[in-house]
Design a protein around this ligand. Structure first.
Ligand code: ATR
Length: 293
């Protein structure tokens, strides 16, 4: 019966229930409501999380509405992660560095912006792939918004070297310059094979390989260029096993899927909002079930 599914998706709501949500355009594909409502239910937090389709011209109105309604906070997704910053009262330094906000916390009348994407990715890489980052050599494929957040978080873990490789070299150079001096180096796509040969971790932050382009390999990477035992990581989670990860596994690499970044960005948001540890296992189970896994 569909009644039971509805009961399961929403904790019991009363006059103390705190509202959270995610804004984006489009938004109906989002798995955040399923994941976050499961987290609230699992921990007994009296809160509910919904998805709001908000267009760019209504961001100011949404922020004002969130203050007026006393929302607990909200997540921000594509295409609003940078534009929302203009309507917040305070931006955390990690979000400032990443140039994007994906999590907003309301404290009294103030809206405070954080970025949990990069830190979420790094926590997932360490906890799920068991990857040591300190002292290791890392290759990052791509130099867009996702790469920026991840690179700022990676740089704080003291890797021995980070190479940024991008189709458009100038963007890789610009991103390397925005990081703390000496943290990362821009490398041309022609030298990808060489940097992969001594990399401990190779991370795809581009959309190459994402459904429906599942045959695509980011920058034409060949997983046999990597050392067996190195970690191949992809932020794409649709499909869960990208061609890059499948080929890396065959080449004897350890693999780490993009689902982890999504789950842990939500885990950090939950922790900012509630001050409690996130029920990561239950959150993952909810997302996998929603993805049909
Ligand atoms: P996001 O915020 O998701 O990172 P973005 O800022 O548009 O999105 O950046 C997309 C990144 O993926 C860029 O590094 C882009 O390379 P260019 O800077 O050369 O455009 C990269 N990218 C997207 N599709 C790609 C593909 N098919 N092959 C290689 N790189 C790709």
């Amino acid at each position: 019966m569909n009644g039971s599914a509805a009961t399961e998706a929403v904790p019991s709501i009363d006059s103390h229930t705190v509202l959270y949500g995610v804004i984006g355009d489009p938004i109906r594909h989002s798995k955040s409501p399923v994941m976050m409502n499961r987290a609230f239910r699992e921990t007994g937090v009296n809160a509910v999380y919904a998805a709001f389709q908000v267009t760019a011209d209504r961001l100011a109105a949404f922020a004002e509405g969130a203050r007026a309604m006393g929302m607990g906070g909200f997540n921000v997704t594509i295409p609003h992660k940078t534009a929302i910053m203009a309507y917040l009262d305070e931006i955390d330094p990690t979000a400032e560095a990443a140039g994007a906000v994906n999590t907003v916390v309301r404290r009294d009348e103030r809206l405070i912006g954080y970025n949990t994407d990069g830190p979420g990715y790094v926590r997932s890489l360490k906890e799920e792939a068991g990857a040591e980052i300190s002292g290791r050599r890392v290759v990052v494929l791509g130099a867009g918004g996702a790469a920026r957040g991840i690179l700022h978080a990676l740089a704080r873990e003291n890797p021995a070297h980070i190479a940024i490789v991008n189709r458009t070299f100038a963007r890789a150079e610009e991103l390397a310059r925005s990081l703390p001096s000496g943290a990362a180096e821009a490398i041309g796509p022609d030298d990808l094979r060489e940097v992969c040969a001594d990399a401990d971790i190779v991370i795809n932050t581009t959309s190459a390989g994402m459904s429906p382009n599942t045959d695509e390999l980011p920058l034409g990477i060949d997983a046999t260029w990597m050392k067996p035992g190195a970690v191949a990581s992809d932020i794409v989670y649709n499909p869960l096993r990208t061609r890059f990860l499948a080929e890396a596994e065959r080449a004897g690499c350890r693999t780490h899927s993009g689902l982890g970044m999504f789950i842990y960005q939500g885990a950090y948001a939950f922790e900012y909002w509630t001050g409690r540890p996130a029920p990561v296992k239950a959150m993952r189970e909810a997302v996998l079930r929603a993805l049909g896994g």
